[in-house]
Design a protein around this ligand. Structure first.
Ligand SMILES: *Cc1c(COP(=O)(O)O)cnc(C)c1O
Length: 354
């Protein structure tokens, strides 16, 4: 740290992204990326748009906004775009949290929530999960905090039913409730249709997981026009050009190629069922994940030990150094062949250990 670094940031612990290995050939199951390439149409559109990189992108992202509004059956003023959904989450922490409305989220959830709250310098509270890793919804019904819930939750993959989300929305009429639907396309029911019913609801989604575009950095938020305007104020005060030209072009094409997204999600859902079945045969226990990852532990092996053994064998998964989940690993559901290699490797590791 230099002597010039502001004391206001000296206590900041940045987010630790999953490893992005260079060089070695790993089967990469650690950051929940898609094993499938982006839509051909998105790749082609981005390539064409590269010719116009001399010009700033449209700061209102009007074509992509219109395309998303149509696809999600909302109005254009109910949509905001972000450089990844992470950026929209950051806008929300900045816009809707303060001493009178501290942020509230589960103690086991997306690690960025805590980082964003710290960076935005807003207070936050973490509510413990129940012993079975489900969300204790009573903690979120106090009408005192700005609520952030990933649904399905990460890294557990557990889905909160829409009826529960509605109860939380109704219990917080004077606070914003943010539902982070990064993984909703792998088996959950989206809360987007509820934005007309609840003007305190912000739903955030991303192109990173189900649309195979993590590298493009594109996310979207859906809410009542008033909430969107507040988020636009933050966005326009930071970076009105937050969506670059190539990403915008790719995003439009990807939404127009929804059939490709559906097909890929279906393949992931099938591979998840296959992986769960094989993990079960090997003696693992795991949560009922509705995301593109499984969250599993083995009674005979610690989480970190298994993570390291897999790594030695060329497979990267995600292990979190948190006492409550230290026996677990989060394993991205990938292509079928990679799942077969994973299962064979796990079997070998467990046999060697006996
Ligand atoms: C991956 C992820 C995001 C955001 O990813 P972006 O790439 O920034 O869109 C948000 N929330 C959760 C829970 C995630 O897992």
């Amino acid at each position: 740290m230099s002597r010039f670094f502001s004391p206001k940031y000296q206590g900041l612990t940045p987010y630790t992204p999953g490893e992005q290995p260079k060089g070695q050939k790993f089967i990469k199951l650690n950051t929940n990326e898609s094993p499938f390439p982006p839509s051909d149409r998105a790749v082609f559109a981005a390539g064409l748009e590269a010719k116009r990189l001399a010009l700033y992108p449209d700061p209102t992202a009007s074509v992509l906004t219109k395309t998303l509004a149509n696809a999600f059956h909302v109005a254009e003023d109910e949509v905001i775009l972000g450089n990844g959904s992470d950026e929209i989450l950051f806008f929300a922490f900045s816009a809707f949290c303060d001493d009178a409305s501290p942020a509230l989220f589960p103690s086991i959830s997306y690690g960025f929530y805590e980082v964003f709250a710290s960076f935005a310098r807003v207070p936050y509270v973490k509510a413990p999960l129940c012993d079975d890793f489900t969300i204790d919804t009573s903690a979120y019904k106090k009408n005192t905090h700005t609520v952030f819930l990933a649904n399905p939750n990460a890294p557990t993959g557990i889905l909160l039913p829409t009826s529960e989300i509605e109860e939380i929305l109704r219990a917080n009429p004077d606070r914003v409730v943010v539902i982070d639907e990064a993984y909703i396309d792998f088996g959950g029911e989206s809360a987007v249709p509820l934005i007309r019913k609840y003007n305190n609801l912000l739903v955030v989604q991303t192109f990173s997981k189900s649309r195979s575009m993590a590298g493009a950095r594109l996310g979207m938020g859906f809410a009542a026009p008033e909430l969107i305007r507040d988020l636009q104020t933050v966005r326009n005060s930071l970076n009105p050009y937050n969506i670059n030209r190539m990403t915008m072009a790719a995003g439009i094409a990807a939404i127009e190629d929804e059939a490709e997204t559906r097909k890929n999600c279906q393949a992931i859902i099938e591979n998840r069922a296959y992986l769960n079945q094989e993990l079960c045969k090997l003696g693992f226990t795991f949560t009922d994940s509705k995301a593109n990852f499984v969250f599993a532990r083995h009674p005979r092996m610690g989480g970190r030990e298994l993570y390291l053994k897999l790594r030695e064998n060329g497979i990267l998964v995600r292990h979190f150094e948190k006492p409550e989940i230290t026996n677990y690993n989060r394993i991205t559901v990938g292509a079928r062949r990679d799942m077969e290699i994973l299962v064979d490797t796990l079997r070998r590791i467990l046999e060697e250990q006996q």
